[in-house]
Design a protein. Structure first.
Length: 186
């Protein structure tokens, strides 16, 4: 029996259905966050180093990636929303996770994150940096650079919060910069 040839639309639906399945996780659920908007919370304990959710999205080439990054930057200029959805995959390809079938896109930033995004082959996963208890909000370090830090106040509420969404490697530099500003004021 010959197999019916799928239409372009059917192929696309199948592709999205597959990725939607891959993006699901028994470890977490999406709900209102105390940090910002919606967030992702553990509904089962997650052991350290577990890959607990895949960050899925559409594979795009570098030219398209640059175009989307600029569009997101312009959106940022208008609304203040930070663009954090594009991950580097290979020399040729990036992954744009800004799609509603990617629940991991809703993970908020923290200055003391409990997970990190890791690449395994051509796929991106969120991996636990420590044991995570049921009910904890999942967070990772967005790794933003220092420029425009004032546009991104951080509400992670952790003890080591530096007040702005910037990558861990910039925390000391930012603390120094803020201290210098305080000195100038007084
Ligand atoms: C990828 S979204 C995360 C999901 C977001 N909470 C939502 O409901 O759409 C990134 C945006 O969430 C907000 N956000 C994430 N982490 C934050 C934090 N620690 N403090 C304040 N806002 C944060 C910022 O507005 C950022 O632009
Ligand atoms: Zn913070």
């Amino acid at each position: 029996m010959s197999k019916k040839k799928l239409t372009k639309e059917e192929k696309e639906r199948k592709r999205i259905a597959k990725l939607t399945e891959r993006g699901k996780s028994d470890f977490v659920e999406v709900r209102g966050s105390e940090i910002h908007g919606r967030g992702v919370y553990a509904v089962r304990s997650i052991p350290k180093e577990e890959y607990f959710i895949e960050y899925v999205g559409n594979r795009i080439d570098k030219d398209e990636s640059e175009r989307r990054a600029w569009a997101q930057y312009e959106e940022h200029e208008k609304t203040g929303a930070a663009a954090v959805y594009i991950f580097n995959l290979t020399k040729r390809w990036d992954l744009d996770g800004n799609v509603e079938w990617n629940p991991a896109r809703l993970i908020n930033h923290s200055c003391e994150p409990n997970s990190e995004a890791v690449q395994d082959g051509k796929r991106i996963f969120l991996q636990a940096l420590r044991d995570i208890d049921v009910g904890e909000e999942i967070t990772f370090d967005y790794g933003f650079e220092l420029d425009c830090f004032e546009d991104h106040p951080c509400r992670c509420g952790t003890e080591s919060c530096v007040g702005y969404i910037v990558g861990r490697e910039y925390h000391d530099e930012l603390a120094q910069l803020l201290a210098e500003r305080e000195t100038l004021k007084s």
